[in-house]
Write a protein that binds this ligand. Structure first.
Ligand code: TXA
Ligand code: MG
Length: 319
């Protein structure tokens, strides 16, 4: 699988048709979403889904998110509920993934759910993702389009840097605006935050009218993909750094002297959109480590700190 020439597809009706042909044949196409680029395959074809794990080098216990074009299509695959309806109405299309009971007759590959009785599903907002999914009219499993354990891609160049020769094609759609993966809410019991992400948790609590519980490290099986060492640049990462030390490069936030700034204006949304791109860029430098300025723990800052903590974690579990 390493002798493919990865095609760059345009966001045009020919590009969408080419993606459809590749997906139907059980092969892989990466595509932009508003969060990060996804590495898509038809979620009903075992061999196609296995191809995702193979291309990413991803451990197989890590289940995938299925992408669909709208609520009606989601209802083909999961048991719907009132809470699902209110969150989907408020936030779809958008950076929110819901984990709901899988309809056993839905035809989703067991490799997608890693054998769980639930399915993670979302409706992305990016116009190119919308066009591709509407044109395909089938469920597309898509993790972030990076080699497992590496930084998530927010441009098609990041995708080809990591996966060129391992996937059939990537649809080019420029840079992703949210820049952080979707927020994941478990709904098989009481609503629970499984992964902080591009939709601030406060917005979800406001829509539900009550606070929701946060999954903690003490309960590691709830979101099996949440391994500690993840999103890892090649060099070490040091958090909450007040200043650069010898040999380091500094990723700043706010009005600080640094090599690259997530947001000079200390705007968390801007910082989220820049996070993975800046990490990719600093990872190419000669520095021995990437030091990162403190980021406030509120709104999107919760998800940014979550990703940074994983980027900084000891690498023993990297797969
Ligand atoms: O923004 C996103 O969500 C991106 C774009 C491409 O849509 N996708 C993404 O997928 O981040 P991925 O595969 O990198 O992350 C999937 C996460 C993992 O943490 C996984 O454990 C969790 O979703 N997950 C998937 N199915 C689950 C399930 N049934 N129960 C609990 N967690 C699940
Ligand atoms: Mg990922």
């Amino acid at each position: 699988m390493s002798d493919l020439t990865t095609k760059i597809l345009k966001a045009s009706s020919e590009g969408y048709e080419a993606a459809k042909t590749i997906w139907s044949a059980g092969s892989l196409v990466a595509f932009p979403t508003e969060t990060v680029y996804g590495l898509g395959a038809d979620a009903r074809i075992d061999d196609a889904v296995a191809g995702i794990y193979e291309a990413k080098g991803r451990p197989s216990f890590n289940p995938l998110i299925v992408h669909v074009s709208d609520i009606e299509m989601a209802q083909r695959y999961v048991e719907w509920s009132d809470v699902a309806q209110s969150l989907a109405t408020a936030f779809w299309p958008g950076p929110l993934t819901l984990v709901l009971p899988l309809k056993p007759e839905a035809g989703i590959s067991k490799l997608v759910t890693a054998g769980l009785p639930t399915l993670a599903i979302r409706v992305p907002e990016h116009p190119i993702a919308q066009a591709l999914l509407t044109h395909y009219d089938g469920p597309v499993a898509a993790p972030s389009a990076n080699p497992s354990g590496r930084i998530s891609p927010t441009t098609s160049q990041h995708v080809t840097a990591g996966l060129s020769g391992r996937i059939e094609a990537v649809v080019d759609g420029g840079a992703c605006d949210v820049g952080l993966e979707s927020t994941i809410i478990g709904l098989s019991n009481e609503p629970m935050l499984l992964r902080p992400g591009g939709l601030p948790i406060e917005a979800i609590e406001q829509a539900l009218g009550h606070p929701i519980s946060r999954h903690t490290q003490a309960d590691p099986l709830v979101a099996p993909g949440q391994m500690t060492s993840h999103y890892a640049p090649k060099v070490a990462v040091r958090l909450n750094a007040a200043r650069r030390q010898d040999g380091e490069t500094l990723l700043g936030f706010g009005d600080v002297e640094c090599d690259l700034n997530l947001s000079k204006a200390a705007d968390l949304r801007e910082a989220a959109a820049n996070l993975f791109g800046h990490l990719h860029e600093l990872d190419q430098s000669e520095a021995i480590a990437i030091a990162v300025s403190p980021i406030p723990m509120k709104g999107l800052g919760i998800a940014i700190n979550d990703r940074l903590k994983r980027a900084a974690a000891p690498r023993e579990s990297k797969t």
